[in-house]
Write a protein that binds this ligand. Structure first.
Ligand SMILES: NC(=O)c1ccc[n+]([C@@H]2O[C@H](COP(=O)([O-])OP(=O)(O)OC[C@H]3O[C@@H](n4cnc5c(N)ncnc54)[C@H](OP(=O)(O)O)[C@@H]3O)[C@@H](O)[C@H]2O)c1
Length: 365
């Protein structure tokens, strides 16, 4: 259940708790402080030790809710691995220096996160996404300094492209700086772009992959299997569908999938596999990720204790067979874009963000 986080010595549970939906509780799918604390308590009781948040989740409220809970547990905080992110600036979106990876902004962000989290150190500090306006050397040196100062223990990145991660890894080696130990990236049966390039960089360089939205915000849980009706009221996918969100990756509307036959066939396939193991579809979706070589810990979200317990039960004690893994790979496969289809890649196909999705991989080598 516990795995080393990339090339570091720190061990994390293979299912991490995401806190994107802590705070802003008037929005369907989000949690009050009390609900969030109950989820955190139960997660730790079930053996979880890895918790992910970000400066901008619920405009800083997620970090604050996590912070009030960390304070309440006292020295038990030291047994946990607390991850947060910076770059997007909670409440500082309009400021000229408010959303970047500059030394000025990163140091300020770390100080503010420490204050909201009510802790002396952050275990894993992640850049929320690439910043083409700041020299990479400056951002890397800042991470190294923050590690030496004891403000953060390790650093990682999120939402990167393959070339960006490889460049970062190479440069930090040349400069002799603390390495990036993890990549937090969207990855699920409904989004497999990570497999195009990042998967190889991570395996080759010992960078841990931490998939976010592993249940695609609820689509892979089986709560909605019918393209002709709206998802169940109160769920995130209902809220996204009614508001027809566009470009908000963790809240996907029904309109994106309604005409995609492959999505509904994938859900049917997952249901058959889940039933044959007496497991839930959520557990199958999480297990598929956990059995991928590059994945270290899957960052799931949940709204209730029941969902949390359901998801945590994917962590160990059973496995998908290699035949089932292949079936799921095939059911979620996608034609590789040029030039990937010309290369001798035997697995790793794209995602569903395109209406031309087909069942076969379309690989030619
Ligand atoms: N780095 C980034 O840019 C980035 C972006 C997004 C997220 N993240 C991280 O990834 C974490 C997880 O993302 P996510 O919340 O989108 O993940 P997710 O696990 O794909 O979706 C979670 C949602 O699915 C539903 N659900 C969860 N378990 C269920 C179960 N067993 N049965 C039925 N429904 C279930 C719940 O929504 P309903 O009950 O409302 O249906 C829950 O809010 C976040 O908290 C955050 O830490 C990072």
């Amino acid at each position: 259940m516990y795995r080393s986080l990339g090339k570091s010595g720190v061990k994390v549970s293979n299912i991490s708790l995401g806190t994107l939906t802590f705070g802003h509780h008037s929005r369907p799918g989000n949690c009050t402080e009390e609900q969030s604390h109950d989820i955190l308590n139960r997660y730790v009781e079930l053996g979880g030790n890895f918790i992910d948040t970000a400066d901008n989740y619920s405009q800083g409220e997620s970090e604050k809710i996590l912070g009030s809970w960390l304070k309440s547990i006292g020295s038990q905080r030291d047994s946990l691995v607390i991850a947060t992110k910076g770059r997007l600036g909670a409440g500082r979106e309009g400021e000229v220096n408010g959303r970047c990876l500059s030394r000025k902004h990163l140091v300020q962000e770390v100080e503010e996160s420490l204050s909201r989290l009510q802790t002396d150190y952050i275990d894993l500090y992640q850049w929320h996404c690439w910043d083409k306006t700041t020299p990479l050397e400056e951002s890397l040196r800042t991470m190294d300094d923050l590690i030496r100062l004891g403000k953060i223990r390790y650093f990682g990145v999120s939402n990167f492209c393959g070339w960006q991660l490889q460049k970062l890894v190479n440069l930090s080696k040349v400069m002799g700086l603390s390495p990036c130990i993890s990549l937090q990236q969207q990855y699920s049966l409904l989004n497999r772009e990570l497999e195009l390039e990042l998967q190889d960089v991570c395996i080759n360089e010992g960078v841990a992959v931490l998939p976010w939205s592993p249940l695609k915000g609820g689509w892979l849980t089986g709560k909605h299997m019918n393209r002709d009706t709206l998802p169940p009221p109160g769920s995130r996918i209902h809220y996204a569908s009614v508001n027809n969100f566009k470009g908000w990756e963790s809240h996907t509307p029904l309109s994106q999938y309604a005409n995609m036959e492959q999505v509904w066939e994938l859900l049917d396939k997952m249901k058959i596999i889940a039933d044959s193991h007496s497991k839930t579809m959520s557990q199958v979706a999480l297990r598929w990720l956990l059995q991928k070589d590059c994945v270290t810990s899957v960052i799931m979200g949940c709204k209730t204790i029941g969902q949390l317990e359901d998801n945590m039960a994917a962590s160990d004690g059973w496995e998908l067979s290699s035949a089932e893994m292949n079936e799921l790979d095939e059911a979620s496969s996608y034609p590789l874009p040029y030039p990937f289809k010309l290369q001798n890649i035997v697995s790793g196909h794209c995602s569903f963000n395109n209406s031309t999705a087909v069942h076969k991989s379309g690989i030619s080598s």
